[in-house]
Design a protein around this ligand. Structure first.
Ligand code: NAD
Length: 494
C-alpha cells in the first residue's frame, strides 16, 4: 500500500468511544483528550477519557460474562475458532490497522504492516491453540488408602490489561489472546497516547460475535482509568506492561484484594561484541536493536560492550548506519526511523543526550533533535561512556546507544559489567566461540539472551525480565498459564 492508495480510516471521522459490555459509549463526565500524530504534531481525533465509573461498568460486564456468560464455559475449541477468526480479521484489515498505527505512533508504514499487524495475528494464532491444550494432570499421592488425585487449570477470572504506547496493537493482542484462550474475560486500557488500533480491534472483536463483556476497552489516563482498574476489587489479575516506576506503584494498589500481578517493565540491555564475532552482522543487528522503533523498545540493546581490538571499526560502523538512516514521518515512503511518541518524550531523550555530554561522553553520530514539525530525534551514538553515567544507568526509551570497551576481561568480570544495572530484560552476545557464548549466557542475569542474532521474538518463547524488569513471563505455555489458577483435587475412593 502506498500513501496514494490509502483511504482515510473511518474510525477517525468522529470522536472515539469505549467498548463496554458490547456497547460503544462515551465517558459519563464527557472528558476528552486529543490523539496526536507524532509525525506532525496534529490532532487526529478526540478520545473519551474513562474513569472509575466506566471501569466499574466494564469490570461488572466482564464479571457477568465470566460468571454467567458463555465465555469461560464455552468449549475450548470454540474459543480457538473465534481467536483464529480474529487473527484472519486482523490480516484482512491489515492495511487499515497499519495506517492507524503509523498515524498514531509515527512508525514506518511498512513496519506497522509487516511487524505490528503480522505479529498480532501470529500471536493470536499461537495462543488460540492453547485453549484446547490447557490441562491439569493426575498425581500419585502417598496418602493411606485409595485416591484419585489430580489438578485442574481454571481461568483466573476478570483480568485488567494495561499497555504502553510503543507497539500498541501487538501489545494489546499479546495480553488479550492468552487471557481469552485461558477462558478469562478482560478490561483493556490502551495507553492514552495510542488508543486507535485497540479500538479498531474492539470493532473487529464485536463484528465476529464475541459475547458482550468478554472484551471491554476503557480509554483513559493512567492515574485515573488505569489506577481504577488496578484498585478494583472485582479484578482478579492485572497484567501490566510499562515503566518500572509505574509497575512498582501498582503493587500497593493491587494489594487490596491480593490480585495476581504480572509486570513487563523497563530494560537497559547489554550487547557484547567479542573480537572473533562476525562484525558486519553484529553491527547491523546492534544498529537495528537500538534504532528500530526509534529506540522505543523495552528490549532495545542500549549498552554496547565491544572488544577494544574491533572497537573502532564497530563503533564507526554503527555510527555510519545511524547517520545514513532516513528519519522521516511514518507515512513517507522514505521513512526508516519515525519520530518519538510525543514532545515530552523528545525532551526526555534530549535531556539524556545532554546529560551524557555533560558527564563527558562524546557524540559520534546524531545528538540533536530534528527541527520542524513532529517529534524527531537523530539516531545517536555516544562514545566514552562509563557505568556511573545517567545515560548508561537509566532507560532512555529513545534512539541512543552508549558504548563501552573491554579488553581481556575475564568472562566473570565482563558479565558483571553487563549485570551492573537494576534491569534484566534482554542481552545479546556476538562471538564464534561456543565456550564463551555458553558461559556468558549462564552468567547474565537476564530473562532473554540471544547469541549471534538480532531480535528473536517468537510466541513459543517465554519473554520477561529478571530483577526490576518485571514479574512473570509472557508467551509460551508460561504466558497462558499466567492467566490460570491451579486447583488440586483429591477424591477418597474408599
Ligand atoms: P507508563 O508506565 O507510563 O504507562 C504504561 C501504561 O500504564 C499506560 O497505559 C498508562 O496509562 C498506564 N499507567 C500509567 N500510570 C498508571 C497508574 N498509576 N496506574 C495504572 N496504570 C497507569 O509507560 P509508557 O511510558 O507508556 O511506556 C514505556 C515503558 O514501557 C518503558 O519503560 C518500557 O521499557 C516499558 N515497556 C516494557 C515492555 C516489556 O515487555 N517489558 C514492553 C514495552 C514497553
Amino acid at each position: 500500500m502506498t500513501a496514494a492508495e490509502m483511504t482515510w480510516p473511518d474510525l477517525l471521522n468522529r470522536p472515539l468511544k469505549m467498548l463496554i459490555d458490547g456497547q460503544w459509549v462515551s465517558s459519563q463526565s464527557d472528558a476528552h483528550m486529543e490523539v496526536i500524530n507524532p509525525s506532525n504534531g496534529q490532532v487526529l481525533v478526540q478520545q473519551s477519557l474513562g474513569g472509575a465509573h466506566e471501569v466499574d461498568l466494564a469490570v461488572q460486564a466482564a464479571r457477568r460474562a465470566f460468571e454467567t456468560g458463555p465465555w469461560s464455559r464455552m468449549r475450548p475449541s470454540e474459543r480457538t475458532r473465534l481467536l483464529l477468526q480474529l487473527a484472519d480479521a486482523l490480516e484482512h484489515n491489515g492495511d487499515e490497522l497499519a495506517l492507524l498505527e503509523t498515524l498514531n505512533t509515527g512508525k514506518p508504514l511498512k513496519i506497522a504492516r509487516a511487524f505490528d499487524v503480522g505479529m498480532a495475528a501470529e500471536c493470536l494464532r499461537y495462543n488460540a491453540g492453547w485453549a484446547t491444550k490447557l490441562n491439569g494432570e493426575t498425581r500419585n499421592v502417598s496418602l493411606p488408602g485409595d485416591w484419585h488425585a489430580y489438578t485442574l487449570r481454571e481461568p483466573v477470572g476478570v483480568v485488567g490489561l494495561i499497555v504502553p504506547w510503543n507497539v500498541p496493537l501487538a501489545m494489546a493482542v499479546s495480553k488479550m489472546s492468552p487471557a481469552l484462550a485461558a477462558g478469562c474475560t478482560v478490561v483493556l486500557k490502551p495507553a492514552e497516547l495510542t488508543p486507535l488500533t485497540a479500538l479498531r480491534l474492539g470493532e473487529l472483536i464485536q463484528a465476529l460475535g464475541f459475547p458482550p463483556g468478554v472484551v471491554n476497552i476503557v480509554t483513559g489516563l493512567g492515574h485515573e482509568a488505569g489506577q481504577a482498574i488496578v484498585a478494583h476489587p472485582g479484578v482478579d489479575k492485572i497484567s501490566f506492561t510499562g515503566s518500572t516506576a509505574v509497575g512498582k506503584s501498582l503493587l500497593t494498589q493491587a494489594a487490596g484484594n491480593l490480585k495476581r500481578v504480572s509486570l513487563e517493565l523497563g530494560g537497559k540491555s547489554p550487547v557484547f561484541i567479542f573480537a572473533d564475532a562476525d562484525v558486519e552482522r553484529a553491527m547491523d543487528a546492534a544498529a537495528r536493536g537500538i534504532f528500530g522503533n526509534t529506540g522505543q523498545v523495552c528490549a532495545a540493546g542500549s549498552r554496547l560492550f565491544v572488544h577494544r581490538s574491533v572497537a573502532d571499526r564497530v563503533i564507526e560502523g554503527i555510527a555510519q548506519r545511524a547517520r545514513a538512516l532516513r528519519v522521516a514521518p511514518g507515512l513517507s515512503p522514505d521513512c526508516e526511523i519515525g519520530p518519538v511518541i510525543s514532545a515530552r518524550q523528545r525532551e526526555r531523550v534530549m535531556g539524556y543526550i545532554d546529560s551524557g555530554r555533560a558527564e563527558g561522553a562524546e557524540v559520534v553520530a546524531g545528538g540533536e533533535a530534528v527541527q520542524g514539525e513532529g517529534f524527531f530525534v537523530q539516531p545517536t551514538v555516544l562514545l566514552n561512556t562509563r557505568a556511573d553515567m545517567k545515560v548508561v544507568r537509566e532507560e532512555i526509551f529513545g534512539p541512543v546507544l552508549s558504548t563501552q570497551l573491554f579488553d581481556d576481561d575475564s568472562l566473570a568480570q565482563l558479565a558483571a559489567r553487563g549485570n551492573d544495572t537494576d534491569y534484566g530484560l534482554s542481552a545479546s552476545i556476538w562471538t564464534r566461540d561456543l565456550r564463551v557464548a555458553h558461559q556468558m549466557v549462564r552468567r547474565l542475569r537476564s530473562g532473554n539472551v540471544r547469541v549471534n542474532a538480532a531480535a528473536a521474538l517468537d510466541f513459543a518463547m517465554p519473554f520477561g525480565g529478571y530483577k526490576q524488569s518485571g514479574w512473570g513471563r509472557e508467551n509460551g505455555r508460561e504466558g497462558v498459564e499466567a492467566y490460570t489458577e491451579l486447583k488440586s483435587v483429591a477424591i477418597d475412593l474408599n
